[in-house]
Design a protein around this ligand. Structure first.
Ligand code: SIN
Length: 190
């Protein structure tokens, strides 16, 4: 698969040196937790924001008709809400496989809601990868999400589950909310 980042990630040893490994999830890792963890907390990553600019050729679309999923882009004045999971190194074979479509692990300071400050590990889409679809209007993104589907289910479910999870925490992400509304309109739900 041309966008596969598993080797890139498994070559990185930086997380092995951390006293505690805190995985920060901002997309499906908020609501689909298919790995064991020893602790979990609401968390915030400063200087980043969500964008549906990453292609999904493996989960929510196909190589011929990719869906769109989230990546993070740097945005100095923004704060990204997410879930942090304290995990062991053993979980990264599974996580690197799950996030293999153009995502690389990155480290940055993470603020846990209970006041603790830790180093966070998160997956961000490489912008020079063919898996990076890049910027498009919210309407074009909504139309692509509306029609896409892959081995992990519909692209719409990815979006709606995320929007529901954010709403359950009282979080508003304008980009996600606008696309969620547009997709519901396309489905005739609104
Ligand atoms: C994440 O959730 O943190 C990464 C992107 C995704 O898998 O949706």
């Amino acid at each position: 698969m041309p966008h596969d980042t598993r080797d890139l990630n498994s070559d990185r040893r930086d997380i092995a040196d951390l006293d505690e490994i805190w995985l920060f999830g901002y997309g499906s890792l908020i609501y689909k937790v298919d790995f064991p963890y020893v602790d979990c907390a609401t968390a915030y990553l400063d200087g980043w924001q969500r964008r549906f600019w990453q292609g999904s050729h493996d989960h929510r679309g196909t190589p011929e008709a990719p869906g769109r999923v989230l990546t993070l882009i740097e945005a100095p004045a923004k704060r990204c809400f997410g879930k942090a999971y304290r995990v062991t190194l053993n979980e990264f074979d599974h996580l690197d496989h799950r996030e293999k479509n153009g995502y690389v692990r990155q480290l940055a300071p993470l603020q846990l809601a209970d006041g603790r400050q830790r180093t966070g590990v998160f997956y961000v889409g490489l912008t020079n990868s063919p898996a990076h679809l890049g910027e498009a209007s919210e309407r074009a993104i909504a139309e692509q999400i509306f029609r896409s589907e892959g081995p992990s289910g519909s692209n719409r479910d990815y979006l709606h589950q995320l929007q529901d999870a954010l709403a359950a925490h009282g979080e508003v992400d304008d980009h996600v909310m606008a696309i969620d509304r547009l997709v519901r309109q396309l489905a005739g739900d609104d």
